[in-house]
Design a protein. Structure first.
Length: 253
């Protein structure tokens, strides 16, 4: 009987330290394309939005890279097979090869966190997520203003997820896709309704206390108002739903 050869371990080469807007780097562990978000200021929040989006305020972030796409079933499966991730709570889509390139769903916050750590990354902060989605000009959606099914997968567009990257017209200023609709995305921060009233203006990490976790971006089941870049929502960290997934980030050093 032949002894199986050991699996090659990817060389974990760090991304370029000088981050250019939209610069693509491929994460060696999970093969995910990541796009660069340069250091600098952006406008976070919306004075005309819900109370928890107010006030709009200027935030400075260090440079980072974010996954160009939401984590897929195929990518998540690698982590499960490595013994580092739990199986999705419901495997209807996960087990169906037709959904390999759809975003993984039915994963709780700690499971998303475990995947990102296995891949040598982490969950984005709420501020990182919003900057990657809207850029520096305070736009409503990643592509600008107005919404239709050519730009995002929301509640008027078919009633389920689509393969990541399908809505190429919905690209963000830095090259990230599906940041409006398709699936909600877990982020690192705890949720606090009035956090923006006194949030740090440099690399905010979210409140120190709280039981719920922020999720961003809306999903295929949401109305257009809920897939705006500034829209905030939350679930308890053990939530595992049909419209909830994630993507990862890593710093430039």
């Amino acid at each position: 009987m032949l002894t199986p050869l050991p699996r090659a371990i990817p060389t974990l080469v760090p991304p370029p330290a000088v981050v250019k807007a939209g610069q693509v780097w491929v994460s060696p562990m999970d093969g995910a394309e990541m796009v660069g978000i340069p250091a600098g200021e952006f406008t976070m929040g919306n004075d005309e939005g819900d109370s928890d989006e107010q006030p709009a305020h200027t935030v400075y972030l260090d440079a980072f890279y974010i996954d160009k796409y939401e984590v897929t079933n195929a990518q998540y499966r690698k982590c499960v097979e490595a013994g580092a991730c739990a199986w999705p709570f419901d495997t209807t889509y996960y087990d169906n090869a037709d959904y390999n390139q759809h975003p993984v769903v039915y994963v709780g916050w700690s499971w998303a966190k475990a995947y990102c750590e296995w891949a040598g990354k982490r969950l984005p902060t709420e501020a990182e997520w919003e900057k990657a989605a809207r850029g520096t000009d305070g736009r409503t959606y990643p592509w600008g203003e107005g919404i239709d099914c050519d730009h995002a997968q929301y509640n008027e567009c078919g009633g389920q997820t689509v393969p990541v990257g399908s809505k190429s017209k919905g690209v963000s200023p830095y090259g990230a896709l599906d940041m409006a609709g398709n699936v909600w995305e877990w982020v690192a921060d705890r949720y606090q309704e009035d956090y923006y009233q006194a949030a740090p203006d440099r690399n905010p990490q979210g409140p120190n206390k709280g039981t719920a976790q922020v999720m961003r971006g809306g999903s295929w089941s949401e109305a257009p108002v809920n897939v705006r870049c500034a829209y905030r929502s939350w679930y308890m960290p053990n939530a595992r739903y049909f419209n909830l997934g994630f993507r990862c980030v890593r710093g430039s050093r």
